[in-house]
Design a binder for this molecule. Structure first.
Ligand code: GRF
Length: 194
């Protein structure tokens, strides 16, 4: 079977993208990252992609008159790269109707909490502040709500009494790197080409 083409959207360092990329390159995932798109030109993930000769593009929302035109440009780049599945990996913007219409049930996101708990920013700190005994990470399909949409899979991480935001975030991140590829692998196994 031909590898599934992934389009990654990110805004920052891109460690989740890198973990997925490693699994694509080693053959653990029957997929390839066809394009990486960032809304921020300084995103570290763009550099990581470029060192692997993956097309890495910045699309700055501020240069468009509205969200629809901004997202139309993203969709056009994803289509040019023949992307089958869109992977949000630290993409710090709400997805709008243009992208959702173009890729129905084909956009996934990863979030560092056991959704539906602790949506939004600083999810790890939110879990600590709420004195939870465990947190984790979630991969879900994207809808137009913040960190909403049907949950696909989760990984649980224990919280210890001496945990800080940093220690918890780093343990969750390790699980994110495993979880995202596992979900993509399951998607590939069920994927029916049209
Ligand atoms: C991750 O914690 C992810 O769950 C959240 O943003 C962070 C991105 O990290 N949505 P990275 O850029 O993949 O390293």
């Amino acid at each position: 079977m031909t590898p599934l083409k992934l389009g990654v959207l990110l805004s920052g360092r891109g460690s989740n993208m890198e973990a997925i990329l490693k699994n694509c390159l080693s053959g653990k995932l029957n997929a390839e990252i066809a394009v990486v798109i960032s809304n921020k030109k300084e995103a570290g993930g763009l550099e990581v992609a470029r060192t692997h000769n993956i097309p890495a593009i910045t699309i700055n929302p501020k240069t468009f008159s509205d969200k629809e035109r901004y997202e139309s440009e993203i969709v056009s780049q994803l289509n040019q790269a023949s992307v089958d599945l869109v992977i949000l990996a630290g993409y710090m913007r709400l997805v709008g109707q243009v992208m959702l219409n173009a890729f129905p049930k084909q956009i996934m996101n990863i979030h560092p909490s056991l959704l539906p708990k602790f949506k939004g920013l600083n999810a790890q700190k939110q879990a600590l502040d709420a004195k939870e005994s465990e947190s984790g990470c979630t991969v879900h399909f994207v809808d137009k709500t913040l960190d909403g949409g049907p949950i696909i899979d989760q990984e649980i991480v224990k919280i210890y009494p001496n945990d800080t935001e940093e220690s918890l975030s780093s343990r969750i991140l390790k699980k994110e790197h495993i979880l995202y590829s596992r979900v993509i692998d399951a998607y590939i196994r069920n994927f029916k080409r049209t």
